[in-house]
Each structure stands twice: as C-alpha cells, then as structure tokens.
Design a protein around this ligand. Sequence first.
Ligand code: PLP
Length: 442
Amino acid sequence: MTETETPPTSTASADWDALRRGVAPVWARYTDLVVERGEGSWLVTADGERYLDYTCGIAVTNTGHAHPRVVAAIAEQAARVIHAQQNVVHHPAGLLLHQRLPRRFPNAADDERGLFLSNSGAEAIEAAVKLAKVATRRPAAVAFRGGFHGRTHGTMTLTTSAVKYRGHYEPLLPGVYHVPFPYPLRNPTGRDPEAALAFSLAQLDELFATTVYPEDVACIVVEPILGEGGYVVPPDGFLPALRAVADRHGILLVVDEVQTGFGRTGRFFATDWTPVRPDIVVMGKGIASGLPLSGILAPRELLAAWAPGAHGGTYGGNAVACAAALATLDVIDAEGLLANAARQGERLLDALRALAAEHPHVAEVRGRGLMIGLELADPGTLAPRADLARSILAEALARHLLLLTAGTWGQVVRVIAPLVTTDDEVDVAVETIRQALAAAGA
Ligand code: PLP
C-alpha cells in the first residue's frame, strides 16, 4: 500500500503486515493479532479466530469486552455530549460519579470523601504526589523496590520494577527514595513472609536514620499487591504497618490501586482486604471498562489543599468516560462480580498450584482474586527464567489463550481473567496452561 492510499475499511482487503509497520516499535509486542471485536472474555481477530483474553488489556476490561450495559451507556452519553470540559461546565455523568465513587473509599465514611478525575494511571499518581506535596509542604516521597507507577518523568522516578522504564532518562525527580517491597520468595533473610515484612520495615527505618528525615517525606506510595513487579502479595500486616509509620511521622499514605482496583482481587479495592484507611487512593485501568479515565479519592479537606487551578487537565472527567464508569459500577454490583472474581480466583489458584507441583521451574503460584502470577525460576538457585515464561506465553497463544508476563526479569506469567469469567472458561484456561507448561518444558 502506498502512502496516498486510504486505509482499508474491509478487513478482507487489508494488508496488515504493511499497516503494522506504521506502529512505533516502542510498543513492546506480545502478539501480532489484529482484533476486530471483543465479547466478554473473548477477542475475535480479523480472520475470525477466537482467543480467550486472560490479559484484560493489562487489567482493564474487568467487566469483559463490550459489556452491553457499558456499551449502551457510552452510546447514550456520546449522543448527548462527548466533551463538556470540567473547568467550563458540569455534566450529570460526572456529578453522579463524584457522588458514587467516593462511597467505595476503603474503611471510611463516604460523606468526607472527594474525587479528582484524570485520564491515565500515571496522571493520577502525579496528582496524588502533587497533592501530598502541597498539603504537607514536604519535598520527598518514598516508594517500593519493584513498584510500577507509570511512565511520566515523575512516575517513572517512583517506578523500579525494571530498569527499562527509567534507564537513560536521568535526571529524574529529586527527593524520591526506595525501600524493598516484602517479596517472600526473593527476600534476602528467608522465605518466611513475616521475615520479609520485618526486613522491609527495617529498611524503611534505616532510610529515615541514614538518608532522609521522615518529617521531610510528603507521602509513601505503595501498591497493595505488586503489579508489573511480578504479582507479589505482601503479608497481611504490610499496609497496617505502613499506616502506623505514616501516622507516626505525619506522612500521607498513598495506595496505588490502579491495577488492583475495581474488583480485580475479589474486593472492590485490594486495600479492602485490610483495615487500613489510606489518605489517597489512586485509580485507573478498570475504572471505566476500557475508556481512558483515572483519578484519586481523598478526604475533601485534603483535596481543598489544592487552590483552584493548582492542578487539572483538559480531558479529566470526560463525559463518555464517566458514563462508562457509572455503568461499570452498576455491572460490578448487579452481576456480583466481586464474588465471582473471588470464587474463580480460588479455582484458578488451586488448579494452577496443583499443576505447579508437577513442574519444578514453577517456583511459586501466588495471587489474590483474579490477579494471579506463576514465577518461573531454576529450582534451588531461583535464577529467574524469563525464557520459560516467554515459551509458556507462546505455547498458550498457539492454543488461543492470551497471557502476559511481569516481574523485573520478565520471569512471571500473569493470568488476568475478566471478572465475568465463567467456570467453563477457567477450565479451558487451566487445561491450556497445563499443555503450555508441558510444551515449554517448565
Ligand atoms: N500504577 C500501577 C499499579 C500500574 O499497574 C500502572 C500501569 O500498569 C500505572 C500506575 C500507570 O497507569 P497508566 O499506564 O494508565 O499510566
């Protein structure tokens, strides 16, 4: 196809190889599939092949692809008004979302909570850190090794899940400090989860004793379960311990629920598995079933630390995205998706743990709800085996199951089923992973 030709509108005549060359190579690719439509847990390619999508577009399509209720809400809103800019006017979808979403704030009364909306997870993290700095008038932030918080200059400074996200981009933001996340499998003081927790907390104490005064720290930013860093579930005492440290020093606790939120772990937020009340909850991904929307939840008093104009953005709180978010909340409640995520997650975890017992290179199967990872490593040395993780993905793809990797070395296979997934689909996925593990020689 020459540059002057119009792109094909019929998939039958498309030269996909030629068209694909126009996509920037910075998009590291899992597959070359060209997808024409999605239905629930499935993606259908331009040539009519069906794939079970256990990637969820990286933990976004929690209500499944093209949920009729979400589609109808988007269509109806788009026909009324698409963009009604937040500084200029209000729109009903946005106002309703500002009323309903703060009710989900973990472990807090709804009437004190407020919402600020933006477009991507990274933007929402930026908002949280900026708000923490303004509210505390402190310059520094603490984050965790292995964490992923986005790709803007500010958020990649917080990110340490892999060097590719920050290497060659220095200088980064000053005043950002990292301590180890409790990662029992790779904890230097032993695999006991409590030892991993004690190690992380001791490192935080040491940071305050050696490197930065706690009274200079505006916020601690933490994922309740490491996402890109490898689906690492910390011991239950982790968030409560951070809450105590934050309280002791007047630091704000910012919980990054971008990947863990909107039912992914079987509760609305992963923080809901704990008694912890964060200061700021960061949201993205599943919030609007695939339309770009993100935001932070925070006490109204805290949000008031921002003078009008101190933060904002053209598209934050887009009307169509807000309508999709309202429909997403409806679907999660009406279809009992938290309970389904918890139940299907247990079934997947049990089945995958049983498979792992026959595969010596599966060092650990871990997760909560439908956020499940299989870590591939050499038995004994625990040397990460990204090659095996990649082979498992390739074998699964050949059998029409889509999976992702995660982890610093790409050594974790991520299984991210939609919250609507059924018993039959879970059985198909488990059987496919069984075959993929065998074919990959794991
Ligand atoms: N925070 C977490 C925990 C994430 O997993 C991600 C994305 O993967 C982000 C923040 C950044 O979100 P976005 O890619 O929408 O900017």
